[in-house]
Design a protein around this ligand. Structure first.
Ligand SMILES: [Zn+2]
Ligand SMILES: [Zn+2]
Length: 388
């Protein structure tokens, strides 16, 4: 029975010594294995994972490798468990932890920076200078579960208390997995200045971050909020989440449409979530002079950028990584106040042992899948559950 020294457990939540975990083999290959249940250290807890959402970045890691960095290199064939958008129940406390209690439901953000580098000290822990340095004699204690340390496609995982976000009972497991996605959108808007009430915002790309970017911008009081994309079904969800206008860029030039919808002027902010090769150039043409662009997605290839347009118009361009500056807490606050319904982007749930099917749904957008969730319990085996 699981009883590591210095770790608090409870008979209410018995913990086995081993668990089921998916591990990454060759690119694209996932293997269902037994692993020891990990042990929380100082300032860490053990989370029983109740639900985990699949992210486009998981697919990048599983099929290509980066941005995962395991033992200083590619993540394949290193007994590494991917998955990072999870939630669950605290079931064991590491030494000294009194910030959370056993039985508490939490969702997680990904990055626990090293806590000692310049960026961590500034609150920019998603840009930790010791990213991936958590092994051997270069160990700085950095953790980014599912990227540089084991993640959530398994039954239990350890988390630094700084990565935990308490959630209310009324929030479903599936909804709680979306806090980190909303948190990424919140971080983007935070970096743009945060005070977007009454200011015009364009979100480009109706993926999960883009759709929740619309919801968060709306909740922050932005007006108008304009969403651009290529899929009408997703643009429709964007409208339900608060977009004042949507533009299908297959039918209309995105820059011209944005200017028309904003009274002939450029907007104050663009949150770029499409990763399209020409997205930066379009975004800098959508904003007004002195406007700000936040890049939350990226193309795979290097792409030419019209620098003159940026310089002549004093445009600010930001890149963001993940969900820094505790943005997940602000996103969770909006969600628990029901300021928007993030579950509109959750489309499918599968059992944990059927992860490969879940990944196929996410990757190939089977049945218009947007956010696909896997659960270790409470889902009848081999039967997908379509979200209401
Ligand atoms: Zn993600
Ligand atoms: Zn750091």
């Amino acid at each position: 029975m699981y009883a590591p020294t210095g770790v608090k457990t409870s008979t209410d939540y018995p913990i086995p010594d081993t668990m089921k975990a998916w591990v990454l083999g060759d690119p694209g290959e996932l293997l269902f294995r037994d692993k020891p249940v990990p042990v929380p250290k100082k300032a860490e807890v053990l989370v029983r994972i109740d639900a985990v959402a699949i992210c486009a970045t998981d697919l990048e890691i599983i099929y290509h490798g980066p941005p995962a960095l395991i033992l200083g290199g590619m993540p394949h064939n290193k007994n590494f468990t991917p998955g990072h958008e999870y939630m669950g129940t605290v079931v064991a406390l590491g030494p000294g932890v009194d910030e959370y209690r056993i039985g508490q439901r939490v969702t997680v953000e990904i990055h626990a920076g090293c806590g000692q580098c310049k960026r961590c000290r500034e609150g920019m822990y998603t840009a930790c200078h010791n990213y991936g340095l958590n092994y051997g004699d270069v160990d700085k204690g950095h953790r980014a579960n599912g990227f540089t340390t084991d993640g959530g496609f398994c039954e239990y995982q350890v988390n630094n208390i700084n990565t935990l976000v308490a959630i209310p009972d009324a929030m479903s497991d599936e909804e709680a997995t979306l806090v980190v996605t909303a948190g990424t959108a919140m971080y983007g808007l935070t970096e743009l200045g945060g005070l977007v009430a009454g200011e015009s915002v364009v979100v480009t790309g109706p993926g999960p971050i883009g759709l929740l970017g619309v919801a968060v911008a709306r909740a922050l009081g932005a007006h108008p909020v304009i969403l651009t994309g290529t899929r009408d079904n997703r643009l429709k969800i964007g409208r339900e989440l608060g977009a004042d206008h949507v533009v299908n860029v297959r039918r209309e030039d995105a820059v011209a449409a944005v200017r028309r919808l904003n009274g002939g002027k450029g907007v104050d902010y663009v949150l770029e979530c499409s990763g399209a090769p020409n997205a930066v150039n379009e975004a800098v043409r959508m904003v007004n002079r002195g406007g700000k662009v936040c890049l939350a997605a990226f193309p795979h290839e290097e792409t030419p950028v019209d620098i003159a347009e940026i310089v002549r118009n004093n445009i600010y361009v930001y890149g963001i990584r993940g969900e820094g500056k505790s943005a997940t807490h602000r996103a969770e606050a909006f969600m628990s106040q029901k300021r928007f319904d993030a579950t509109k982007i959750h489309t499918h749930t599968f059992p944990l042992d059927d992860l490969p099917t879940a990944i196929r749904y996410a990757k190939d957008r089977v049945e218009d899948a947007i956010k696909v969730v896997v659960k270790a319990r409470g889902v009848s085996a081999a039967h997908k559950v379509a979200a209401e």
